[in-house]
Design a protein around this ligand. Structure first.
Ligand SMILES: [Zn+2]
Length: 452
C-alpha cells in the first residue's frame, strides 16, 4: 500500500505493516515485532540434540577483549558493502521526510485544488449520512492511493530493486499493492466511518472515544493479521522436521512457548531479506521465521534469531506495544482536534470544510494525523527499539549463541546501517544497530563463556 497512506492509516488499518511489503519497512507498531537474533537451546533442555557453537572471526589470542571482538565483526563488512548499506538506510531517513511532504501535497490536491469538493458532490446524493461518509472515505482512499502511486512505486519497487533486495517482478509487486488497496478501501472506510460516528455523537470528547476505537481496531487487526491478512500474501507452514526444528521447539518449550506456534513463511516470494517476527494476539499469536533466514543462515544463527523472537513472545511485547501505541494515537488525535479547529477558522471557507464532523475535512484530519505521527517517530522508534533490546538479551540468555547472534546482526546490515552515531540510533532506529547488537553479544560472551 502507498507509503503515505501507510503512515497515515496504518496504525489504525489492521496493521498492514504486518504484510509482506512490511518486511521491508519495519516501522510497524504492534503487528510484527521483527527480527533480531538469538538461539535457544537452554542448557537445561535436553530433548533436542544441541547445536554446536558458532565460530567467531579470528582475533588475537590472549584475554578476551570485548571491544576488539566487536571490531573484528564490524570489519567483516567490506567498505563497498558498508557504503551500500549506509546509503540504503540513510536514504530511508530522507524518504520519511519526503513521504510526509508528499502526504501534505496529496491533502492540498483535495483541499486547495478542489478534488475533495468534486468527490463530495458525487457522494452527497446518497440517501443516508452514514452511506455518504462511507462513500467519501472509500473514494478518498482510492484517489489518495492513485496520487501516491508514483512514490509508492519508487519506494516499494524501484528502490528495492536498485539495492538488490527484491525478488518480485513489477506485475507481482503491483498485484500485491492492489490487494493492499482492497483491504485499505474495505476496512479503512469502515474505520473512518466509526471515527466520524464518534465525532458526531461525542462532540468535543471524540478523540477520547477515538482512542478507544483505535485500540479496539488494533486488537482486531493484530488478531486477524496472521490468520486473515498474511495468507493473502504468503504461505505459512509448520517448520519442516529436522535438527533446526527440534532445537527451536526445545528452546520454545524451555521458555513456556507452545511449540505448535512456530511457522515458516515463504517471504522469498517478495524479498531477499532475512527476517522473523512474532505476530497475532491471544489464540492467533505465533512466532514465524522466513525462508530466507532458513536458507541463508547457519543452524546456530537461526537459533539465535528464534531466541530473540521467543523473547518478544515471553515478554508480552505485542501487548505492551498495543498500550503504548494506543496512547500515542490518543495524543495525536487530541492534537488533530486542536489543530483542525484552528485551521478551519482561518481556511475552512477556502477549503470547503465546515467542521470536524464534515467528512470533506477527512484529507485535512489525516494529513494532521500524519504530521503528529511523523513528529512522534523518535518516540515510536525508541519504544520499539527498547523492546528489541530486551528481546536481544532474552535471546542471548535463551540460545547462548553470542557469535551466531553477532554474525546474524552483521547479515542484517544489508538493510540497516551497521554503525550509526548514538543520536542517530536514538532517532531513526526501531531496532538496535548492528554495532550495538554485536557489542551486546560480545559482552555476554565475555561474561558468560569467558570469551570461549
Ligand atoms: Zn525483534
Amino acid at each position: 500500500m502507498p507509503q503515505s497512506l501507510k503512515s497515515l492509516l496504518l496504525p489504525l488499518l489492521f496493521l498492514l505493516l504486518a504484510l509482506p511489503s512490511a518486511v521491508a519497512q519495519p516501522m510497524t507498531p504492534a503487528a510484527a515485532t521483527e527480527t533480531a537474533a538469538v538461539p535457544a537451546t537452554a542448557a537445561a533442555t535436553t530433548v533436542a540434540a544441541p547445536i554446536g557453537a558458532a565460530t567467531a572471526p579470528t582475533v588475537s589470542a590472549a584475554p578476551f577483549n570485548v571491544e576488539a571482538a566487536t571490531q573484528a565483526y564490524l570489519n567483516t563488512l567490506t567498505p563497498a558493502q558498508k557504503a551500500k548499506s549506509d546509503a540504503y538506510f540513510e536514504g530511508g531517513y530522507w524518504l520519511q521526510v519526503f513521504e510526509l511532504l508528499y502526504t501534505l501535497g496529496v491533502a492540498a490536491v483535495f483541499l486547495r485544488l478542489g478534488l475533495g469538493r468534486w468527490l463530495q458532490a458525487r457522494t452527497q446524493r446518497l440517501p443516508r449520512p452514514g452511506l455518504r461518509t462511507l462513500a467519501f472515505a472509500a473514494g478518498y482512499l482510492l484517489l489518495a492511493w492513485a496520487l501516491s502511486l508514483p512514490l509508492d512505486i519508487y519506494e516499494g519497487y524501484v528502490r528495492e530493486h536498485a539495492y538488490g533486495m527484491s525478488n518480485q517482478t513489477f506485475g507481482e509487486w503491483f498485484g500485491e499493492n492492489l490487494t493492499s488497496l482492497g483491504l485499505s478501501v474495505v476496512f479503512g472506510s469502515l474505520v473512518i466511518l466509526a471515527f466520524y460516528a464518534a465525532v458526531r455523537r461525542a462532540g468535543r470528547s471524540w478523540w477520547a472515544w477515538g482512542t478507544g476505537l483505535a485500540a479496539v481496531f488494533l486488537v482486531v487487526g493484530i488478531f486477524a493479521g496472521p490468520v486473515l491478512i498474511s495468507p493473502l500474501f504468503n504461505k505459512s507452514t509448520p517448520l519442516p522436521a529436522g535438527p533446526i526444528r527440534a532445537a527451536i521447539l526445545s528452546m520454545a518449550r524451555a521458555n513456556g512457548v507452545p511449540a505448535d506456534n512456530v511457522y515458516l513463511v515463504d517471504a522469498s516470494r517478495q524479498t531477499k531479506r532475512i527476517s522473523a517476527n512474532v505476530s497475532g494476539i491471544g489464540s492467533t499469536i505465533r512466532v514465524s521465521l522466513n525462508d530466507n533466514l532458513l536458507n541463508r543462515c547457519t543452524p546456530q544463527e537461526v537459533q539465535a534469531v528464534m531466541g530473540h523472537e521467543l523473547g518478544h513472545y515471553v515478554l508480552n511485547h505485542i501487548q505492551k506495544l498495543l498500550v503504548f501505541f494506543s496512547l500515542i494515537i490518543g495524543l495525536s488525535l487530541w492534537l488533530v482536534d486542536w489543530a483542525f479547529r484552528r485551521l478551519t477558522v482561518r481556511y475552512g471557507a477556502a477549503w470547503g470544510i465546515t467542521d470536524l464532523g464534515d467528512v470533506a475535512g477527512l484529507p485535512l484530519a489525516l494529513a494532521l494525523f500524519s504530521v503528529f505521527m511523523f513528529l512522534a517517530t523518535p518516540v515510536r522508534n525508541t519504544i520499539i527499539r527498547t523492546n528489541e533490546q530486551e528481546a536481544d538479551m532474552f535471546g542471548l540468555n535463551a540460545a547462548r549463541q553470542p557469535d551466531a547472534f553477532a554474525s546474524t546482526a552483521m547479515k542484517l546490515s544489508e538493510y540497516r546501517k551497521i554503525d550509526p552515531s548514538p543520536l542517530e540510533e536514538a532517532i531513526f532506529y526501531d531496532h538496535p544497530s548492528g554495532h550495538t547488537r554485536v557489542l551486546s553479544a560480545m559482552r555476554w560472551k565475555a561474561e558468560h563463556l569467558n570469551g570461549q
